[in-house]
Design a binder for this molecule. Sequence first.
Ligand code: 5AD
Ligand code: SF4
Length: 437
Amino acid sequence: MLNKLLYMETFGCQMNVNDSERIVTMLADLGYGPTNDPASADMILLNTCSVRGGAEEKVYRRLANLRIYKRDGKKQIIAVGGCVAQQEGEELLRKLPYLDLVIGTHNLHLLPDLVRGAERGERRSETSFIDNDQRLDLFPSITGESRLSRFVTVMQGCDNFCSYCIVPFVRGREISRRSADILNEVRQLADDGVREVILLGQNVNSYGLKAGNEPTFAELVRQVADIDGIDRIRFTTSHPKDMSDELIACFGDVPKLSGQIHLPAQSGSDAVLGLMGRGYTRDSYLDKIYKLKALRPDIVVTGDIIVGFPGETEQDFEQTLSLMEKVRYIDLFSFVYSPRPGTKAAELRDDMPRAVKMARLDRLMELQRFHTREISTTYVGNVMTVLVEGEGKLPGQVSGKGDIGRIVNFTGDISLVGSFVDVKIIKAYPNSFLGEI
Ligand code: 5AD
Ligand code: SF4
C-alpha cells in the first residue's frame, strides 16, 4: 500500500533519469507513492548531477529552499543521491543539519535500508564504490510499470578520463553487464508490450570489450534486434573513438536501429581534442560520420560541444564551426567549459575572459539554430512513422517519436497510444514537429 509520499527532482543525464525510475520502484515497495508537492511529501529526494560547475551550489540552494517544508515536528526525510552526493559524501551531512541521507552512485541497492533507518531518525551517508565483480549482480533489473519505450542499462561507469570530465570520479570504473541478463530483460520488456529500447551507458561502444567472451556492442545490438516485439532500438551515449566499423555497419543492415545517433565531438580542433584526451582526430571523427551517412543517407546526428576549453584559440573555435558545417547536426548540446575538481584540465591555465567564451557559445548556437531549422524543414511534407506514446501538447493531440527521435504532435485519438502510425509532417518547430495522420 502506498501510504507515504515521495517528492523527487532529477538533474542531469539519462543515467540519472533511469536511476530515478529505479528509485521510484524501490520506494514503492516501502509504501512511497509519487507526489508533485514537496510540502505534503514524507520524503524529498534530489537526484543530482555534477558534470558541470555550479552543480554543488545549485544543490545546496535547492536544499535550502526545500528545507522549509521540514518544519518542526514534521517527520520528513530529505535525501540527496547522484553525482553530487557521490562527490560530497559526509560533507553534505555535516553542512546541512536537516539532511538525512546521502546515497552515492554505487549504493542505490542500499536505499531500502537507508530509508528504513531514516524513518527511525538515523542520518547516514553511503558513498563507497563497489568492486566490479560484486557490481555485476547489482545492475538494475526491470523497474517501473510497463511503458512503450524503456531504458536498458548495458554498462556503467567510464575509464576514459577525458581531461575535463568528472564522470569517471563520480560514477567509478567501467563495467559491462552480462549479455544474458540484458537479453532476458529485453525479452521480458517485449512481453510486457515495450516496443522500443534505449540501450544505456556512459560509453556503450566499449560494451563487452573488457569482459572476455561477451559480445561486442555491435553484436549485442544485433541480438537485441532479433527479439520479436522490439521494433526500434536506440543507444546512448557513444564515444567516437570506440565507434567501430562493425557498429557503423549495423546502421546499414539492422532496420530496427534508429536513424539517429548521438556522437559527441566536443571540439573540431585537433589541438583541443588532444588536450581533452579524446583519442580521435577531427578527420577520424568526420570519417565515421561520412561512413554512417553512406550507409544511411537519411541518418540524423546529434552531438555535444564544449567551447572555451583552456587554450582554445579563435582558429580552434572556427575549426569547431567548420566541423558543424560538415556534420550538420540536427541538434547540438553546447556548453561553456567549466573546470571540475580533481580533473586534469582543472590544472590547465585558463585565461580566456568569460565574455569571449560566452560570445563563442552565442555564435555556435546561432549557427546550430540555422542548421536545425534547415534540416528539420526538409521533413515537412514527408511521412514519418511515429510510435505514439501519450497525449500531445494540445487537447485532442497525441504525441510520439519518429525514427529520428524528434517529438511529433498530431491530432489523433488516445487509443493510438502503443501503435506505430504514419504521420505527415506539416510544420517543423525548433524542438518538435506538427503532423497529421
Ligand atoms: N565543462 C563543460 N562541459 C562538460 N561536459 C562534460 N564535462 C564538462 C565540463 N567540465 C559536457 C560534455 C559531455 C556532456 C554530457 O557534458 O560535452 O558530452
Ligand atoms: Fe566523461 Fe569522456 Fe567518460 Fe564521456 S567518455 S563520461 S566525456 S570521461
